[in-house]
Design a binder for this molecule. Sequence first.
Ligand SMILES: N[C@@H](CCC(=O)N[C@@H](CS)C(=O)NCC(=O)O)C(=O)O
Length: 207
Amino acid sequence: MLKIWGRTTSSNVQKVLWTCAELNIAYDRVDHGGPFGGNRDPEYLKLNPNGLVPTVIDGDLVMWESNTICRYLCNTRPNGHSLYPADFAARTHVERWMDWQLSVIGAPMGALLQGLVRSTPETRDPAAIEAARRRAITAWEIVDDALASQPYLGGDSLSLAEIVLGTHIYRWFNYPIERPVLAHLSAWYDRIRERPGFKKHIVMPIT
Ligand SMILES: N[C@@H](CCC(=O)N[C@@H](CS)C(=O)NCC(=O)O)C(=O)O
């Protein structure tokens, strides 16, 4: 059975868990990282030299990097190509948002997490929070535009594009910040948060 190392509150673990939910993949998960610790244990570092979660083991195969893990699951499990198209051209529409999650939206959303959730009144930096909020708005406007003509980022149905952005959009709409009205983005959020996998693995206190 697939083995997943990682706490359920980690955004990168959540992607893997939501993918498993969509594809009905059974797994055995171990709480690890964050308050559970263990990331610097020598035995864990042999599996994942980054000392981060998730790490996923499938038979003899050890994997880290959550987007890679999600792609692997789609490529190897029944119905996986519903989330990650087999057609190479269609696939680019999903892949680009997976790369965009890492290269564009990840940094400002990470800064908001640090500033709004993980700081203390003494360490909070309002200017940094505001800069991150503005950078995030610019990025979410790109998603809003992309959704003007289609219900999902990859086209007509949910894909890994939504799954890797799921935690970010949940946090965006739940942080105590001012947000511009972005109608397509809101409608998309309403669509994806109906998914049982989103309700089970994404909706939870942000820590
Ligand atoms: N690029 C990596 C990033 C992994 C990562 O940063 N994981 C965070 C949690 S979201 C982590 O392990 N933080 C330390 C911890 O949870 O103990 C991936 O996508 O898997």
